[in-house]
Design a protein around this ligand. Structure first.
Ligand SMILES: Cc1cc2nc3c(=O)[nH]c(=O)nc-3n(C[C@H](O)[C@H](O)[C@H](O)COP(=O)(O)OP(=O)(O)OC[C@H]3O[C@@H](n4cnc5c(N)ncnc54)[C@H](O)[C@@H]3O)c2cc1C
Length: 431
């Protein structure tokens, strides 16, 4: 795709008309997740790159479930940026509050940064779809601190159950609800159920925990094929997860949840409600006056440039890229693949070369289902499940972690130290 000559000229001059040598074009990346970090890694050493992030670490979100269960440790999936990026990329830990595309400035909480080329990669936030009490009383599941909060809540609830409580009361007091039966809700519910079942046995409590998944649609993992759904349904059954489809959550309070099925409302006493029900745009993206889709995603060209701004690229969950397999929307897989294209296109842009495009495809799916099983859907469409799939998932994800150095350290740790789950011990014994 042809470069706009006016943009090339503008890259040589800043908004005040002062000359800036091409090699010194300031590339500013906002967000250090899959899209932002991998763009920075692709540009490292080839340009003047600054990465702005509100966290001090990257997060490999697909393994947040294994972090909850203690199968992996924080350093495995949430390495600090300092370990991943060398001195060629400047990392600024701060929060972007506004972006002025015309004056080419990003306004952060502590400073303002100028840019010549901008990469928008701030990802999405949890969408509570206006359900009363959801934002206030549910736990989202997107960050390390959410997993810590959820694990603490499970331990705390278990610690408060007297050993002689009747089994039906144990079940009532150990009721956990996960909202949304997409891949995230199914992975999380089976993981929580296995951990709680194990803890109830270890503590010799009577009865069982009750873990429910509540889903508006008519099936679990609606975006996935029938083959992998069979493994998911089997795992939900084996982990004793209660699945409620065609059910709508109408209200959440500090210790209860109300949902509706076929016009009938039911209220449950809950120990915790976890919200995995969707993603929406952040205010900093909502405020941008550029072309967007009806869902508020940024419209991008095949080169991943915004439609009206040649020097601004968007990647990952906030961008609508038409030439991708539909099931890839809102996935790390897509953000990762797009990051490679953006890095190449930025190099082309500042060198005055043609920008390119790519078609993005499914690289395969790997789900973690409880603490013993997994399910893998290979790129060719073949699926398999069970303990072997769990192992395959670890192997696959080792290869997708950022940087060779980190991959090697983590791979060695999983190989030599194992990946057994860490039981939910009483609070004093938890680490
Ligand atoms: C629990 C969980 C499990 C998932 N599992 C899978 C999976 O198995 N497979 C898969 O393909 N996808 C999975 N996903 C989806 C995947 O994580 C996202 O699609 C992917 O992270 C999108 O990448 P991104 O770069 O757009 O945004 P993100 O990875 O979310 O990165 C955004 C970055 O921007 C930073 N940021 C945000 N706002 C600001 C601000 N104002 N100022 C500065 N920095 C900011 C954030 O801290 C973050 O580092 C999962 C998501 C979750 C939450």
């Amino acid at each position: 795709m042809e470069n706009d000559p006016a943009l090339l000229l503008s890259l040589l001059t800043n908004p005040k008309g002062e000359e800036t040598p091409m090699a010194k074009a300031r590339i500013l990346i906002l967000g250090g997740g899959f899209g932002g970090l991998f763009t920075a890694l692709g540009l490292s050493g080839a340009a003047d790159v600054t990465l702005v992030t509100d966290e001090d670490h990257f997060l490999f979100t697909p393994m947040l479930y294994e972090y909850l269960s203690g199968e992996v440790e924080e350093w495995h999936i949430a390495p600090k940026y300092g370990e991943l990026l060398d001195n060629d990329v400047r990392v600024v830990q701060d929060k972007v509050t506004a972006i002025d595309l015309n004056s080419r400035q990003a306004i952060l909480e502590k400073q303002t940064l100028n840019f010549d080329v901008l990469v928008l990669a701030v990802g999405g936030i949890t969408n509570y779809v206006g359900v009363e009490g959801a934002e206030q009383f549910t736990i989202p599941f997107r960050k390390i601190l959410h997993a810590d909060q959820l694990r603490r809540r499970m331990v705390d609830t278990l610690d408060h159950i007297p050993p002689d409580l009747p089994p039906q009361d144990v079940r009532r007091d150990l009721t956990f609800v996960i909202v949304g039966a997409g891949a995230s809700g199914c992975e999380l519910s089976t993981k929580m159920a296995d951990l709680l079942l194990d803890a109830v046995k270890r503590r010799a409590l009577p009865g069982e925990p009750r873990v429910l998944v509540v889903e508006m649609g008519d099936r679990v993992v609606p975006g996935m094929g029938g083959q992998i759904r069979e493994f998911v349904e089997e795992a939900l059954r084996e982990s004793h997860v209660e699945v409620h489809t065609r059910s709508r959550v109408v209200n959440v309070a500090s210790d209860s949840l109300t949902f509706e099925h076929e016009g009938v409302r039911e209220q449950l006493k809950t120990a915790a409600v976890v919200w995995t029900g969707g993603v929406k745009m952040r205010p900093v993206i909502e405020q941008l006056d550029v072309e967007k889709t009806s869902r508020g995603l940024l419209a991008v060209r095949p080169t991943l440039q915004l439609t009206q701004h040649d020097n601004v690229f968007a990647v990952g969950d906030i961008a609508f890229f038409p030439d991708a397999t539909p099931t890839l929307a809102g996935t790390a897989q897509l953000a990762l693949q797009q990051a490679g294209l953006v890095a190449d296109n930025i190099k082309a842009l500042v060198a005055g070369n043609e920008l390119g495009t790519r078609h993005f495809e499914e690289l395969g799916e790997a789900l973690s289902l409880g603490t013993e099983r997994g399910a893998v859907l290979m790129a060719g469409g073949k699926a398999f499940g069970g303990a072997l799939a769990r192992q395959a998932r670890f192997a696959l994800y080792t290869s997708r972690l950022p940087t060779w150095h980190h991959r090697l350290r983590v791979g060695a740790s999983w190989f030599f130290e194992g990946t057994a789950p860490r039981p939910l011990l009483p609070l004093g014994l938890e680490r």
